[in-house]
Design a protein around this ligand. Structure first.
Ligand SMILES: Nc1ncnc2c1ncn2[C@@H]1O[C@H](COP(=O)(O)OP(=O)(O)OP(=O)(O)O)[C@@H](O)[C@H]1O
Length: 258
């Protein structure tokens, strides 16, 4: 059984069908990209997978469990974490503190423990610190551990967001345009970084406009256009798919009406 199985999922916003009858699956250990022109419905799919939006119709099964319309925290606990198109780090906090926040998503102390810094809180804090160090070390952040997130080079900030997602304990990572705003060297480094995550056993779904990243990293690609899945296949198949090329180049007004 696939790690993630999305069946006949639709999302309607009033009269707008942002996503229509979409089917796709992701096997454990794969890097799968979802591409498509602006407004195709890619981010909406991430929002459906992470419980930010409820589905209008359809089923999402992760690790054998139906997760459509479950709460965000339930889905994090189940093992799905994401990053966002715009960087959402705590820039006035250090690298390690940003990652510790990822661990705190799963901690079990309450507000009382937090305010009075009870032994239970201190125990969790210590464990989170140790685990954050482990994650950062394994991802090559060694020299940046105590750097303020806002002072990190841009490419490292993007990677730190991914590290924080990993810290939630996720096995499926949803990366929303991680290469946005990167120069070619930063994109190339990110590509290696993401391949390294795959080698560590993570499963990854990528939304990305940078085709050099998509074509070099993806095991398989799905293509969305106007909320519908119009193609799927290996990178070389997608690069030569006429329907995909047309969707990207845009049709003339006359064609678009039919
Ligand atoms: N909360 C919402 N309310 C109403 N419409 C929405 C909402 N979220 C998304 N949409 C609409 O759904 C459609 C798909 O948007 P979505 O952001 O998923 O596209 P996308 O493929 O991620 O685009 P981009 O590549 O530009 O980020 C768009 O027409 C968008 O305006």
């Amino acid at each position: 059984m696939a790690l993630l199985e999305v069946s006949n999922v639709s999302k309607q916003f009033g009269g707008l069908a942002a996503v229509s009858n979409v089917d796709f699956h992701v096997e454990e250990g794969e890097i799968v990209s979802i591409i498509g022109p602006n407004g195709a419905g890619k981010t909406t799919i991430f929002n459906l997978l992470t419980g930010v939006y409820t589905v209008t119709e359809g089923k999402i099964v992760f690790n054998g469990e139906e997760i459509q319309n479950k709460k965000v925290q339930h889905i994090v606990n189940a093992g799905i974490a994401r990053t966002f198109q715009n960087i959402r780090l705590f820039k006035n906090m250090r690298t390690i503190e940003n990652v510790m926040i990822g661990f705190h998503q799963n901690t079990k102390y309450n507000t009382f423990d937090l305010i009075f810094r009870t032994p239970r809180f201190r125990k969790y804090e210590k464990a989170a610190h140790e685990k954050a160090l482990e994650v950062l070390d394994s991802l090559g952040f060694g020299k940046y551990i105590h750097t303020y997130a806002g002072n990190l080079p841009y490419g490292e900030q993007r990677k730190l967001e991914i590290a924080r997602a990993i810290a939630t304990g996720a096995k499926l990572l949803l990366l929303d345009e991680p290469a946005a705003g990167m120069n070619p060297q930063e994109s190339a480094e990110l590509l290696e970084f993401i391949k390294g995550l795959q080698a560590k056993g993570f499963t990854i779904i990528l939304i990305e406009h940078d085709m050099s990243v998509v074509m070099n990293i993806s095991d398989r690609i799905y293509v969305l256009d106007h909320g519908r899945m119009i193609a799927d296949g290996l990178p070389e198949e997608i690069a030569n798919n006429q329907t995909v090329i047309e969707a990207y180049l845009g049709k003339s007004e006359d064609d678009a009406d039919d």
